[in-house]
Design a binder for this molecule. Structure first.
Ligand code: MLT
Length: 268
């Protein structure tokens, strides 16, 4: 992993990232942004795309090898940190590809840093803000993580991330469980509160003026395909794809299909 120090308003944050530079002329750069409470390793099956694309795969602040954002992070500050990373490496514009929480950050990235974005890939995510029940559940989960650590919450979450046919694949599931349980309780708690308070971006969808690929997993209970199809219908230049046999972690569960979708979307 490489790292870069970015300047926040009053202090510095170190961001850890993998960068694979493709030698192919004019190869697009894909910025892969992980979900919660994961890190860059959830994109391990996308590294093979480096033959065709440059790849930037960071750990979000507070996750993996990256330093923390002080005080309340906020989705907008996460988006700004990623924008500083892209500008720092001078690799704009990028294809922003975010999964779930990574997708929530993607709406802000697009709204705040439109000039850095050539395409969007929205995986297993949604644009709506949380309802009150979900917000309350996140507050409870944040408090529990700070008091007791994250293990219990991660074990409860794990079955919702995988399709029935993937959950028995321990070679796939165990590294994800390990990455989740490595999430510091402070990051876990702050991100739950951050997601509870995130802005509703349903109104942003009609204003998206870059080609957008929306990828759903057939068995995803967190961001179900029907919801994602309705979301895609509101984005002017969008393509919707549902991956059969995938759950919430479609890039990891069905990497061959996922990578083919990315390839045909960006290159044809
Ligand atoms: C994720 O995968 O990032 C989470 O499921 C997002 C969420 O909790 O809404």
């Amino acid at each position: 992993m490489d790292s870069i120090v970015i300047r926040e308003s009053t202090y510095d944050v170190t961001l850890s990232y993998q960068y694979f530079r493709c030698e192919r002329e004019q190869a697009p750069t894909i910025l892969f942004v992980h979900g919660f409470p994961l890190d860059h390793s959830m994109w391990s099956a996308q590294v093979e795309l480096q033959d065709r694309f440059s790849l930037l795969i960071p750990d979000l602040p507070g996750f993996g090898g990256s330093g923390v954002l002080m005080n309340t992070p906020g989705v907008a500050r996460y988006a700004d940190a990623l924008a500083a990373l892209v500008r720092g490496l001078e690799i704009e514009p990028v294809v922003f590809c975010g999964l779930s929480m990574g997708g929530y950050i993607g709406w802000e990235f697009f709204a705040r840093h439109r000039e850095l974005v050539s395409h969007l890939v929205c995986c297993n995510t949604k644009a709506d803000a949380d309802d009150e029940v979900t917000q309350r559940a996140r507050q409870v989960s944040a408090a529990a993580a700070l008091k007791n650590g994250v293990d219990q919450a991660c074990e409860a979450m794990l079955p919702k991330l995988f399709a029935p046919q993937s959950i028995t694949n321990l070679a796939m599931v165990e590294p994800i469980e390990k990455a989740m349980k490595s999430c510091p309780p402070e990051t876990f708690g702050l991100c739950q509160l951050m997601m509870a308070e995130r802005v509703d971006h349903a109104g942003t969808l009609e204003r998206i003026d870059v080609p957008t690929l929306v990828i759903a997993g057939e068995h995803d209970p967190i961001t179900p395909p029907d919801l994602m199809q309705r979301m895609a219908d509101r984005i002017p230049d969008s393509r919707f794809e549902k991956i059969s046999g995938a759950g919430h972690l479609s890039p990891l569960e069905c990497p061959r299909v996922f990578n083919e979708l990315i390839g045909s979307f960006l290159i044809g």
